[in-house]
Design a protein. Structure first.
Length: 227
């Protein structure tokens, strides 16, 4: 019987997913700590306890490994949206699906998770390292591809939930694009905020504004403090 929930992958597939995630996270952590050019594939593989050949089985290079974290998170958001109760309004379901994937512990050992929760500000050294990493010109192509794939993943889930066609109808791609833009903008502001601020409240605010139809803000509120 079809329960509407995605099937749980088998043990072998879960192991592959865990290895992929571990390699992606190790790449990010080492690059943030040392800089892109100072990190070798051999360093990443050693960090995870696998061979460089194993790394190459999963990724074509460091850029793809870094971008994979964003794409994998987008896939989990799409899966979570599909699993949300049908009775839940669309924008509430989207907000809940997105926020579950920006909570602490979404990746084992992810110390950045604590920086992206709603309760505390991130470490400045971590933010500086991430900012330098994503500004690397050699990563831009991989990030562009990951963003496009992430938008398509979410659009497909939105189309299923709303009974629209992801190819013929504008709606699922418009919503997916708006959500992706909101997450990107919040990430950008989070990275440049001084002093550092928690990620969670900014993300909730952005998604709430989208859900409300982006009403024109009150002038006094708009003139308030900004990150």
């Amino acid at each position: 019987m079809d329960t509407g929930k995605p099937e749980r992958p088998g043990l072998r597939e879960r192991k592959k997913q865990e290895t992929r995630a571990a390699l992606s996270w190790a790449t990010i952590r080492l690059v943030v700590e040392r800089g892109l050019d100072a990190v070798r594939v051999e360093d990443i593989a050693a960090e995870v306890g696998v061979s460089p050949r194993t790394f190459n089985n999963y990724f074509s290079g460091k850029g793809e490994a870094i971008a994979a974290r964003h794409l994998d998170r987008a896939r989990r958001i799409a899966e979570e949206l599909r699993a949300r109760p049908e009775s839940e309004p669309l924008w509430e379901a989207i907000r809940n699906a997105v926020q579950t994937q920006f909570s602490p512990g979404d990746t084992p050992g992810d110390t950045a998770g604590g920086a992206i929760d709603g309760g505390r500000a991130p470490d400045r050294r971590w933010i500086t390292g991430v900012s330098l990493m994503i500004s690397e010109p050699s990563l831009q192509g991989e990030m562009f591809k990951a963003n496009a794939a992430a938008e398509a993943e979410l659009a497909a889930a939105i189309a299923e939930r709303t009974g629209t066609d992801v190819v013929r109808d504008l709606y699922p791609r418009l919503v997916s694009g708006a959500v992706g833009a909101a997450v990107s903008l919040v990430m950008e502001r989070w990275l440049r905020a001084d002093p550092p601020v928690p990620f969670g409240p900014m993300l909730r605010d952005a998604l709430d504004q989208l859900a409300a139809g982006l009403p024109v803000p009150d002038r006094e509120e708009a003139a308030g403090p900004r990150a």
